[in-house]
Design a protein around this ligand. Sequence first.
Ligand code: ARG
Length: 444
Amino acid sequence: MKLWQKNTGSKKEVESFTIGRDPEFDLSLAPFDVLGSMAHAEMLSMIGLLTKEENQILQKGLRDIYYEIERGEFQIEEGVEDVHSQVEFLLTERFGDVGKKLHSGRSRNDQVLVDLKLYYRAAIRELVNDSSELFDLLLKLAEKHKDDLMPGYTHTQLAMPSSFGLWFGSIAEGLSEDLGLLKAAFDLSNKNPLGSAAGYGSSFPLNRTMTTELLGFADLHHNVINAQNSRGKTERTLAFAMAGLAGTLNRMAADVCVFMNQHFAFVSFPDELTTGSSIMPHKKNPDVFELIRAKTNQIQAIPNTVNLLLTNTTTGYHRDLQLLKEEIFPGIASLKSCLEMSTFMLKSIRIRENILLDPFYKHLFSVEVVNELVLKGIPFRDAYKKVGLDIEKGDFTPDQTNLNHTHEGSIGNLNLKEIQEKMNLAIRQFRFEEIDKAIMGLLT
Ligand code: ARG
């Protein structure tokens, strides 16, 4: 029996095709579906569509289901279409008619939207926490290795002196900027769609401001059509934000794979963090970083799929939107695991010291020597030419210990404090504590 079933049901084939993988993904929505229903019931009671007693029954029933979900005792039963149906069936089974009253003034279209927004809000928070943990580690590593020089590359060719401090710091600052994109996705997720119903509102005098406050949303989508159309837009923005973080991790992982290569041997990891080969006894492979590289590439493909899913969908709800879950939900899980594994691995990274003392790297110092001549009064173009000719003649022997970089963000002045402040500010803007306050209020 379906929620919408009157007398005739759908053919089995149609049913299983349309339900698809929803029962699997909807499990993640369960706690949020309950919270959304709690706010909706409170509001229905306030406008007189539920009596005080009915609301109390529903609040207690929903709270029980919430804790059943937390304890892992909730499941979407065989033949039940989705999480929304399962929660309503449970309430009706336990409390009779009052369970059937809960859906007044609401459609599954705004119900799934509110679930998704609450779920994304929580998922973004976890991504922010994971990013922040990785960030803290990177800043520590940057400070520890601020004097450990390494080659800098352009075109994958030796370019100029860099340092591990500069490299770690670059990933850290990159993460702090990625949180800006994530904040845009958070803002779209933090708007209440509830009360838009099927997409055209309701003739009941719903109080949408009330449910906005109860659920701790910062705002509501005022226009009910726009509320519905935010499905897809929210996912697209989130997909781009996830791709941003994934891009930062991808570059780090690709670097590590190269730095671990024996020709470079810039970094290494304890044996137990590498993997062996079934045939070559000497192997210590960087599989973890290869998989981070691959998974973050998969994540960077998600915006493309999301865009294609949304192409030519007109105003209002379409079943197409259901498939967004199949892209976004596993993407979130994968990104979380990449962030967490990056932190796990980098805790044990070992770097090689004194790399740049090797004469092999002397050409990295060509610009240093040019600049010294400039400081002695020789015009840059002449100094450049002299050093170039010396190099060609094999007459270039720079002092590979002499470096003097002082400007902001350079190897001699990493600006780690400024980068830390940037991250602190980025995190503060999410104001997670306000959400906690609202959700605690609903549950108690
Ligand atoms: N599983 C559906 C989805 O994710 C829930 C909404 C169904 N609404 C509908 N009108 N068929 O979109």
